[in-house]
Design a protein around this ligand. Structure first.
Ligand code: ARG
Length: 580
């Protein structure tokens, strides 16, 4: 059990001892530390049950608190707020428990299986800025939910299906006339064939093809035909498509690697394809599929809707399936293959209608039990200074690779350690990714924010590089001393207490983060803890301290803050370089 939970449990018992029963504790860290470090507001709540003056209840509670050596400076303020501080010994206890194991001081949640759908890269298209937040937030939520005890699977859910791919394949066929896939002697062994196309070329094809399709109806028709041939697994077409997916996937994996984003599942939209016939049967049996102008639709509006809800387009009039239908098939697939309790979709807020439609139809079709949670975890956009989604200088779409490069050019200037050129490159990239990720996770997820390269990569302020730099400095201090037993027995200043109180509140921060499914609390906390530590570090000469007991305690404190930072940075998916 976390120290905080233990403390809360004990206070509930003390209140019981004072003659009052409560199930919920109104215990908060105080923002008036001169009155007390914590504030207990239960007396006011108990008035309803006990019909007594709150000050009277408060003084009964204070009387028992005074018997407990953990509390000191206990006083009543206003109508019955109880303020108190912790004794020196209890502060050491908090710290020593944290030193034993931070992880076990985070309470675990009930067992639950969660699939997180994030990343959402599209085959044969470059990952762009829009994909950044899904990767960052999704990866961090995956790590956070695991730390909280859930069983979580991350799925990349590749966009590897549908018309864009048909056009890319068509464009390749037009450019490379003698591809073996369409040869009479083609054996179907696509793995042995080397497609002479790089990923860079591949990424250029779709914009060209889609432009052509807009101008030329014949080309559009050809593209449609190719798409349906791929979807019907026609030899040659299907294999060429697989080859394209293979080339593209390799590159997508590289970008995700740089971002320290790892998926457990690399399934794509196309993997749900086999579930389409069954899906269609489900909706037909329930008589939910309606013919409409050559298409098949599902009515999903509800009486209580205050604005019109368009029907879900299940099969388009040209016979192809929609993005919504692909997601429905994926729900069916996930149900059958993994049987999750919850599915979280970490996707741009601009897709909220899509998910509303999909979830409603999934409920109508009863694809999962009613208690299975389907949740769209939306996020806002990263904007440029003009308030519009961040673009390249000439107004084009900023690819993720370019963005990382841009930030790396900035962080490179800040690396002061003596290393080889190669190492320097690696460190600069790691710091750049930290800068990007931290800035991305710091605002509450559904708020938009402005990309500010100098600010994000600065070594000062609420930034990834500041936290990395400070954490590395803690490590180098720890490396300089050999102490056998790391324990806290003596402290002296205000800043050490502040650190202890922050550590006590870690449990609350984690709870809040998983509740809101946003990382802003953790990102803020990391900054607070780091800067409190830096204040303490600036006030004391740790290495030259002559009082051995004090020195050991300070080193131990450093160790705890270092471990906490490492744990939380790992949850945010941020790597820490050895030096910088
Ligand atoms: N590939 C999609 C896009 O780029 C995102 C996929 C999100 N996940 C989902 N299950 N629809 O917009």
């Amino acid at each position: 059990m976390s120290i905080l939970k233990e403390l809360e449990k004990d206070i509930i018992q003390l209140i019981e001892k004072a003659g009052y029963h409560t199930d919920k504790l109104y215990l908060e860290e105080s923002n008036r530390k001169d009155l007390g470090e914590y504030q207990l507001n239960d007396a006011m709540q108990l008035v309803k049950t006990y019909h007594k003056n709150p000050r009277e209840i408060a003084s009964d509670i204070v009387a028992v608190l005074e018997q407990d050596s953990r509390f000191q400076n206990i006083n009543i303020a206003g109508p019955g707020f109880i303020n108190f501080s912790f004794s020196e010994e209890y502060i050491y206890e908090i710290l020593n428990k944290m030193n034993d194991d931070i992880f076990s001081n985070i309470d675990k949640k009930e067992k639950k299986k969660i699939i997180i759908d994030y990343g959402g890269a599209n085959v044969a298209k470059a990952l762009h800025v829009g994909h950044l937040r899904s990767a960052n937030i999704g990866e961090a939520l995956k790590r956070l939910s695991r730390a909280m005890g859930y069983e979580t699977l991350g799925d990349a859910h590749l966009g590897d299906y549908g018309r864009p791919l048909g056009f890319v394949v068509l464009e390749i066929m037009k450019r490379y006339k003698n591809l073996p896939f369409f040869d009479e002697n083609y054996t179907g062994n696509y793995e042995e064939i080397d497609l002479p196309i790089t990923n860079e070329e591949l990424e250029k094809l779709y914009p060209i093809a889609s432009e052509k399709a807009k101008q030329d109806p014949e080309y559009l028709e050809e593209g449609r035909l190719v798409t349906s041939k791929i979807q019907n697994h026609e030899r040659g077409y299907y294999d060429l498509w697989k080859k394209v997916v293979e080339i593209s996937k390799k590159d997508i994996k590289n970008v995700y690697d740089t971002l320290n984003t790892e998926f457990d599942l690399w399934l794509g939209e196309s993997d749900a394809e086999v579930y389409i016939p069954e899906l269609q049967r489900i909706y037909e049996e329930k008589q939910l599929l309606v013919d409409s102008e050559g298409a098949k639709i599902i009515e999903i509006s509800k009486e209580e809707d205050t604005s019109p809800m368009p029907p879900l387009l299940f099969i388009k009039s040209n016979g192809t399936i929609s993005y919504e239908t692909t997601d429905l098939a994926t729900i069916l697939q996930r149900k059958k293959e993994f049987n999750p309790d919850e599915i979280w979709y970490v996707v741009d807020g601009r897709q909220s209608l899509h998910f509303e439609q999909t979830f409603r139809a999934a409920r109508l079709g009863q694809l999962v039990e009613d208690n299975v949670v389907l949740e769209h975890i939306d996020f806002g956009t990263m904007n440029g200074k003009d308030g519009k989604p961040f673009k390249t200088r000439d107004g084009g779409v900023m690819t993720l690779k370019n963005l990382i490069e841009l930030v790396t050019n900035e962080t490179r200037k800040k690396i002061s350690t003596e290393v080889t050129e190669e190492e320097k490159e690696e460190i600069s990239t790691t710091v750049a990714v930290a800068a990007l990720k931290y800035a991305d996770l710091l605002p509450y997820r559904s708020t938009d924010y402005v990309f500010e390269i100098e600010k994000f990569s600065s070594l000062e302020g609420k930034t990834g590089p500041y936290i990395l730099y400070s954490t590395i400095r803690m490590k180098s201090l720890l490396n300089k001393v050999e102490t056998e037993e790391r324990k806290i027995r003596k402290l002296k200043g205000k800043s050490e207490r502040e650190i202890a109180l922050l550590l006590l509140s870690l449990q609350k921060v984690m709870e809040k983060s998983i509740e809101t499914k946003s990382l802003n609390e953790i990102a803020e906390y990391l900054y607070k803890l780091t800067s409190s530590y830096n204040t303490f570090y600036g006030e004391n000469r740790i290495l030259t301290e002559v009082d051995e007991e004090l020195k050991t305690s300070w080193i131990t404190l450093t160790q705890i803050v270092y471990n906490t930072n490492m744990l939380l940075l790992d949850i945010l998916g941020i790597k820490v370089p050895k030096k910088m």
